[in-house]
Ligand binder design. Structure first.
Ligand code: ADP
Length: 298
């Protein structure tokens, strides 16, 4: 079953048509990437899903129920993590979650069990400091715990990783990936590698429309054949390699790009036979920009 469906959704601010015709569905228990450049309209779409904005057309449903602008009952299925979550900073994480539980009317036994479970999920179970001393990454992780507190069927995260350093990003992505056991995750991002890392499916928003959607495997078929990047230890070895394989493109004194990846075994034999030290061989990643160009340039 689909946890979220947007069907021909449109939204304009004055003269500016931000969303023209947005249609996609998010299946239950998946991590779904909502991809677009800054200003593409991702936050606007999320606000429509939360009933915080009125749409100019189309329909949105959460868990099979239609979303209405205003106090929409569908929000009881939704947990939301804004891009910069705010907390009462004088509290510890446990105190904060207890407070969230108390205002939602849960029993103290239930609050304690749920808080412990969620603090473990986000790796803050041993953290007794006040929130004011937390890093951005720790605040985002606590925000995920808070958003999951009421066991929502859908967790919506707005650009959860964009302000984090690589380690913080990785931790948060792993937590979102683990969260799909208990919920469905929709997260917006402009970082393609985050999508490739944890998403089952994704949709690309561009100029108010979804220009590409599907499973990550399906998306890869849209990508142009990626090359291999190699880095050798010694500059002299690089010269030797280039002389033997003119098909390699030199991208630095010790760095090369192989576009015809079918020749990789031959090159590896050559390197091994001569005991040439290789620092790195990796598949060249297309940037989000490149993928966009392939899709929107058609
Ligand atoms: P994203 O989340 O993809 O960065 P947004 O949804 O925040 O994009 O914004 C999409 C466009 O809509 C931007 O050009 C933004 O300036 C405009 N916009 C967003 N909210 C409003 C508003 N309340 N009034 C007028 N324009 C808005």
């Amino acid at each position: 079953m689909d946890m979220l469906t947007l069907s021909h959704v449109a939204k304009r601010f004055g003269e500016k048509q931000v969303l023209r015709d947005v249609t996609f569905s998010v299946p239950e228990h998946t991590v779904f990437g909502f991809v677009g450049k800054n200003g593409a309209g991702k936050t606007t779409a999320m606000k429509l899903i939360l009933g915080l904005l009125a749409s100019d057309g189309g329909e949105i449903s959460v868990n099979g129920m239609k979303v209405h602008y205003g106090n929409t009952p569908t929000n009881r299925f939704v947990g939301y993590l804004p891009d910069v979550p705010e907390f009462y900073s004088c509290m510890t994480p446990f105190e904060y979650l207890r407070f969230c539980g108390e205002i939602s009317g849960m029993s103290s036994k239930e609050i304690k069990a749920r808080s412990e479970e969620l603090l473990c999920l986000v790796g803050l179970e041993k953290e007794n400091r006040r929130i004011r001393g937390f890093s951005r990454g720790m605040k985002q992780r606590l925000g995920v715990a808070q958003a999951l507190f009421g066991r929502p069927g859908l967790l919506i995260c707005d650009e959860p990783t964009s302000a984090l350093d690589p380690a913080g990003r990785r931790e948060l992505l792993d937590i979102l990936s683990a969260a799909k056991e208990q919920t469905t995750v929709l997260f917006s991002t402009h970082i393609l590698s985050d999508v490739e890392h944890i998403c089952d499916e994704a949709a690309f928003l561009h100029e108010g429309e979804i220009v590409l959607k599907g499973t990550i495997e399906e998306m890869r078929t849209y990508r142009k054949a990626a090359g291999m990047e190699m880095e050798l230890e010694q500059v002299e070895d690089g010269q030797l390699l280039l002389a033997a394989f003119p098909c390699l493109k030199s991208t630095g004194k010790r760095n090369f790009l192989l576009e015809d990846t079918g020749r990789l075994p031959e090159i590896l034999h050559f390197l091994a036979d001569r005991n040439i030290s290789v620092l790195r061989i990796e598949r060249q990643e297309s940037s989000l920009e490149e993928l966009f160009m392939e899709v929107v340039g058609k």
